[in-house]
Design a protein around this ligand. Structure first.
Ligand code: 13P
Ligand code: SF4
Length: 418
């Protein structure tokens, strides 16, 4: 049996990120994530920096890691719940008690108030959300603290506060009809500090599955929406609601008024933050055309974090759970090209061997931060829980959590449309 180090070295080299051929602990030390990645993190003392997986776990072979994970789960029983996002690799997903999209996992965190520990196999903002929604005495653990989200980092609290002040200076606080002049909406893929900002300012959180319901909620309360950090989810959702592109100016946080005129902001319906997902930005209309040229009957389904021309050229777009259901509803013999993270695509292909299912991107692009959750880290944090030590805990400051909870509870009440 190969050690984890060896099996990672043998991983497909066709990845768009050469780093992924190395063990996550090799590149975890790069700056950017870990405790303090979110302005709302409470830093442990001493601070545990990423990249500290003990050598023994780095060298352990996979069979031993899986044996340890299963044994720890059995010992901990109902005291533990393991959540896994659809983008996690199969070696991790096999140990999850719940697998889902970010909306479903936020709900799942609420379903087990009896569990002492919630181990979140996903990324930093998802674990923060679980900490905010769970009981104060529950521990939320992110197996590898270096698992962040580059999109979430594209909007920070200071820049959003500055944008907000500039917008209120131009637009005032309320409209003649009594609605707010602007309602802040943050995508789930954002720091707890930004969720708290929305809670304090009459706003709400959305996920890719309930973004349309959330925008309807916001327009009942306000004339405009400031949508951050993902411009593509904002644009695709607003366009599907019939909002014209000329009513969706982009806000560039490096420029005064986000690079807009006062007039453009007054006539805006949705002001889009200049953020994006580097995984979903890779999908292109040319890839869809190629898929259609190679398979006349192909159906194309993509995630709404893809750019608008890609969503427009696809047959359907929706959250990771939407994509899963789309494939489940297809027939044997169908051909489906998918524009989302490759771990989910490969799993769907394996679950439906009687269909042709492939990733639109021929270069294959995993989310390099989701990928940092490795069975080695999962075994290490679970062994810690068995020994009574909580490793890699995510703790959101209580005042931030209180405001963020307001915006998250609004989100949980805004159900996806299908
Ligand atoms: P979902 O809301 O579809 O789970 O997506 C989360 C995510 O990070 C997509 O990149
Ligand atoms: Fe963030 Fe994109 Fe990875 Fe989702 S796929 S976690 S948006 S970097």
């Amino acid at each position: 049996m190969t050690s984890v180090q060896q099996s990672i070295a043998l991983a497909p080299q066709s990845s768009c990120d050469a780093d992924l051929a190395a063990g996550p602990w090799v590149f975890d030390l790069s700056p950017g994530y870990g405790p303090g990645a979110s302005e709302a993190d409470v830093l442990p003392d001493p601070v545990v920096r990423p990249g500290q997986l003990p050598e023994a776990y780095q060298q352990m072979d996979e069979a031993e890691l899986h044996r340890r994970i299963r044994a720890a789960k059995q010992t901990l029983g109902d005291r533990l719940v393991v959540l896994g996002h659809f983008y996690q690799r199969d070696e991790v997903v096999q140990h999850a008690d719940f697998v889902g999209d970010s909306f479903q996992l936020a709900n799942a965190a609420l379903t087990r108030p009896d569990a002492e520990a919630i181990v979140f196999c996903g990324v930093h903002f998802m674990a923060e959300t679980a900490d905010i929604l769970s009981r104060p005495d529950q521990h939320v653990v992110l197996p590898n603290l270096a698992a962040g989200c580059s999109m979430a980092d594209m909007a920070d609290e200071d820049s959003v506060e500055t944008a907000w002040e500039e917008l209120l200076d131009v637009l005032g606080e309320t409209e003649p009809d009594g609605r707010a002049s602007v309602v802040p909406v943050t995508y789930m893929n954002s720091s707890a500090a930004l969720k708290a900002f929305c809670g304090r300012n009459g706003g709400i959180v959305c996920t890719s599955s309930n973004a349309a319901t959330v925008l309807e909620w916001a327009f009942q309360r306000g004339r405009r929406v400031l949508f951050f950090p993902d411009q593509h989810l904002g644009r695709n959702t607003a366009k599907a609601m019939g909002i014209g592109l000329d009513a969706m100016p982009m806000w560039d946080p490096r420029r005064p008024l986000g690079g807009n005129t006062e007039e453009a902001l007054r006539s805006a319906s949705v002001i889009l933050w200049h953020g994006f997902c580097s995984v979903h930005r890779r999908f292109s209309v040319a890839q869809i055309e190629q898929a259609r040229a190679q398979h006349a009957s192909v159906k194309v389904v993509v995630h709404p974090e893809c750019p608008m021309p890609v969503v427009d050229a696809a047959d359907a777009a929706g959250s990771t759970d939407f994509i899963r259901k789309y494939v489940a509803a297809s027939q044997p013999g169908d051909v489906i090209a998918i524009g989302t993270e490759v771990n989910l695509v490969n799993r769907l292909a394996a679950e439906h061997p009687d269909r042709t299912i492939f990733c639109l991107d021929p270069v294959i692009c995993p989310c390099s931060t989701m990928y940092r959750i490795h069975p080695g880290y999962l075994a290490w944090v679970l062994d810690g829980l068995v020994e009574g030590e909580v490793r890699n805990e995510i703790v959101v400051d209580a005042a931030v959590a209180a405001d963020a909870r307001v915006a998250l509870e609004r989100m949980l009440a805004a159900l996806p449309k299908s």
